[in-house]
Write a protein that binds this ligand. Structure first.
Ligand code: SIN
Ligand code: MN
Length: 259
């Protein structure tokens, strides 16, 4: 799958792109069918909210679950990213964010590359996220908030927030967020299960707590050009991966084989 000129232009200008219903219901069902098993695992990769119950993030699920391993090599996700990053990529980070009904907690304002540069010494923002919605994402269940065009700002000053949620993050102050939102506005891309969101690693984003009765599960692949691999191994291997081998995409029906 190739992005057309208009899509490339929009991505470069806005820093994000939404591809509705890129995956069919059957493919989503294969992945969703694995979630109860993964979310029940008490292993170090599966982080819970502060209540120690609801799953915040299942890191590195591609290393212990076959369906999510295949998603990590899916041509419909890798194709556009390899096109945007102009070459082979490796998996820098992989997570399934639970954002559970009633319990899913806030993600404060941040840039992913801010963390990847400061903690992992990734040389350049030549890395990005591709996110697959596994539930319908609506205005109610904690959609991602993005600040369009903020990816043009480089690394923005941030403070290390180790208190607000169970996951430490380099977060931006309110003044900075206000200034950026005055310029770029805010968007909250919504869509049905199977929709895909791509966004630049310097794009400022956040999400509100999910107090709705509906889960909002999204799987995130954070892919990095192989030449731009991290130089420091401070965080656990399952948070910031160290296998820089180029990912070989599988066939387009790789998930349907598991249906
Ligand atoms: C993230 O920024 O990594 C996650 C945000 C979310 O899933 O709401
Ligand atoms: Mn993020």
């Amino acid at each position: 799958m190739n992005l057309n000129k208009e899509q490339l232009w929009q991505y470069n200008r806005e820093g994000w792109m939404h591809l509705p219903e890129l995956f069919c219901r059957e493919e989503v069902d294969v992945l969703k069918g694995e979630l109860p098993k993964i979310f029940a695992m008490r292993r170090e990769e599966v982080w819970r909210e502060k209540d120690d119950e609801a799953v915040r993030t299942a890191f590195a699920a591609h290393t212990y679950n076959e369906a999510f391993a295949r998603l990590g090599r899916h041509p419909r996700l890798l194709g556009p990213v390899m096109q945007l990053l102009d070459g082979p990529v490796y998996m820098h980070q992989y997570k399934i964010n639970g954002k559970a009904a009633f319990n899913g907690d806030v993600w404060q304002w941040h840039q992913d590359y801010g963390t990847w540069a400061r903690d992992d010494r990734m040389p350049e923002p030549r890395a990005m996220n591709v996110a697959l919605f596994l539930d319908e994402v609506t205005e109610f269940n904690g959609p991602l908030y993005l600040i369009p065009k903020s990816h043009k700002q480089g690394i923005i000053e941030a403070g290390h927030d180790t208190l607000t949620t169970s996951y430490p993050l380099w977060t931006l102050d309110r003044q900075t967020v206000s200034r950026l939102a005055d310029d770029g506005g805010l968007v909250a891309p919504k869509g049905g299960p199977g929709s895909v969101l791509l966004f630049h690693s310097n794009l400022v984003h956040a999400s509100a707590p999910n107090i709705s009765p509906w889960d909002r599960v999204i799987a995130y692949l954070s892919l990095c050009h192989v030449d731009n691999h991290i130089r420091r191994f401070k965080r656990p291997e399952w948070v910031a991966h160290r296998d820089f081998t180029p990912i070989e995409p599988l066939a387009g029906d790789c998930l349907l084989e598991l249906a």
